[in-house]
Design a protein around this ligand. Structure first.
Ligand code: ATP
Length: 328
C-alpha cells in the first residue's frame, strides 16, 4: 500500500518534471534578486509555471512574495535575474508581456467613480482587448464573479467583498495566460472566497497558469495547488503537499503505550519519542507491521494513528516556523 502511494507521488513528480521538459512553461524566472536599501527582499529566486497549473506562493510576512510577483508582472525591475513569459523577455517587451499577464495586487485598485462595467472594460482595453469584444468580456467575468446585478453600479458604492471580486475580475478580464493574485481573499466573506476560488479553478481549467499568494492554507488545499515555499527571499521547497510530505518524511504512525520503551527498543523500532509514552515512526510501515514489530509490548498499546500532516506542518518542517505567525 505504502509503496503504491510513493509510486503515485513519484509519478506526480515525474509528470511535473515532464511538463517542464516539454517546455510548456508560461513563466521562467531565474536568479531574481532585489534589494530595497539594506533589505535584501529576493536573493536569487527561481520560478517555473506551466499552463493550467495553480502555484501557491507561501511565505511569512516579508518573505518576498509581493516583490517576486511585481517583478514577474514587469512592475518592478530586479537587480539581477531574468523573467521570460511565453518565451519573451519581460523587461524588453513590457507591452507584449502585459497582454499575457493579469495581476491583482494586494491593495484593491478599482476606480470608484467608474461603474463595474466601465472598470472591467477599462482594464480589458488596457490589456489590448478590442472594442467589440470588451462588452462580452466584461459580462462574462461579471457572471463568473457574481457581479452581473452590479454592472451599472459605481465601484465606490460596492461593499468591500464586492470590490475584491471586481479587483480580481479586472485582472482576468482579458483571459491572461498568467494570472497573479496577491492575497485575493483578505477581508472576503465565505461566499466571496468560494467564488474567487472557483474562478481561479476555472481559469486554470481553461489553461491559464495561476500564481496565488495567501496566508490561508485551507484555500491552498482546496485549490490542490503546487506549493512554492519562500523564506527570506529564497525558494526553499516546491511540490504538491503529498510530495513535500514524502520529501520531508512527515508521514508515519504515532502510538502511545501504557509504559515507556527503553532506548534500545525505541531504536529497534526505528521510532522517536515525542512526549511521555508517545512515539512516532516516519517510514511507510503499515499499522499491522508496527504492531507485529512491537511484539508482546503491543498489549500495552493505548492508541495508534496514522499521521496526516497538513500544509502547516509541511511549512513548519521546511522553514522551521509557522506560517500564520505574524500573518496579516
Ligand atoms: P507579506 O506577506 O507581508 O505581503 P511579502 O512576502 O509579500 O510579505 P514583500 O512585500 O515582497 O514580502 O517584502 C519583502 C521585504 O522587502 C520585506 O522585508 C519588506 O519590508 C521589504 N520591502 C518591500 N517593499 C519595500 C519598499 N518599497 N521599500 C523598502 N522595503 C521594502
Amino acid at each position: 500500500m505504502a509503496s503504491k502511494r510513493s509510486n503515485f507521488n513519484r509519478r506526480k513528480s515525474f509528470d511535473a518534471v515532464r511538463a517542464v521538459v516539454n517546455d510548456v512553461r508560461v513563466l521562467v524566472a531565474r536568479g531574481l534578486t532585489k534589494s530595497y536599501g539594506d533589505v535584501q527582499a529576493l536573493r536569487g529566486a527561481d520560478l517555473d509555471v506551466a499552463p493550467g497549473q495553480i502555484t501557491a506562493l507561501l511565505g511569512r510576512n516579508g518573505a518576498g512574495k509581493t516583490t517576486m510577483i511585481s517583478i514577474i508582472a514587469g512592475l518592478l525591475q530586479p537587480d539581477s535575474g531574468s523573467v521570460e513569459l511565453g518565451g519573451i523577455d519581460v523587461f524588453s517587451n513590457l507591452d507584449a508581456a502585459a497582454k499575457l499577464t493579469g495581476i491583482a495586487p494586494q491593495e484593491t485598485g478599482v476606480y470608484g467613480v467608474l461603474t463595474v462595467r466601465e472598470n472591467l472594460e477599462f482594464f480589458a482595453n488596457l490589456a489590448g482587448v478590442g472594442r467589440t469584444e470588451r462588452a462580452s468580456a466584461a459580462a462574462e467575468v461579471a457572471d463568473q464573479l457574481g457581479l452581473t446585478e452590479l454592472l451599472d453600479r459605481r465601484a465606490g458604492k460596492l461593499s468591500g467583498g464586492e470590490q475584491r471580486r471586481l479587483h480580481t475580475g479586472c485582472a482576468l478580464v482579458h483571459r491572461p495566460q498568467l494570472l497573479m493574485l496577491d492575497e485575493p481573499t483578505v477581508g472576503a466573506d465565505v461566499a466571496t472566497r468560494a467564488q474567487l476560488i472557483e474562478s481561479v479553478r476555472s481559469m486554470a481549467n481553461e489553461g491559464a497558469a495561476v500564481i496565488y499568494t495567501t496566508h490561508y492554507l485551507n484555500e491552498v488545499e482546496a485549490l490542490d495547488a503546487d506549493n512554492v515555499i519562500i523564506d527570506a527571499g529564497q525558494v526553499l521547497a516546491r511540490g504538491t503537499r503529498e510530495e513535500l510530505v514524502e520529501e520531508h518524511r512527515l508521514s508515519g504512525l504515532e502510538f502511545t503505550l501504557d509504559a515507556p520503551l527503553d532506548a534500545a527498543e525505541v531504536e529497534r523500532l526505528g521510532a522517536t519519542n515525542t512526549e511521555g509514552n508517545t512515539y512516532r515512526t516516519t517510514d511507510d510501515r503499515p499499522i499491522g507491521a508496527l504492531i507485529a514489530d512491537l511484539g508482546s509490548q503491543s498489549e500495552g498499546l493505548l492508541g495508534i494513528e496514522s499521521l496526516r500532516p497538513d500544509l502547516e506542518t509541511v511549512f513548519l518542517a521546511v522553514t522551521g516556523d509557522r506560517l500564520d505567525e505574524g500573518a496579516s
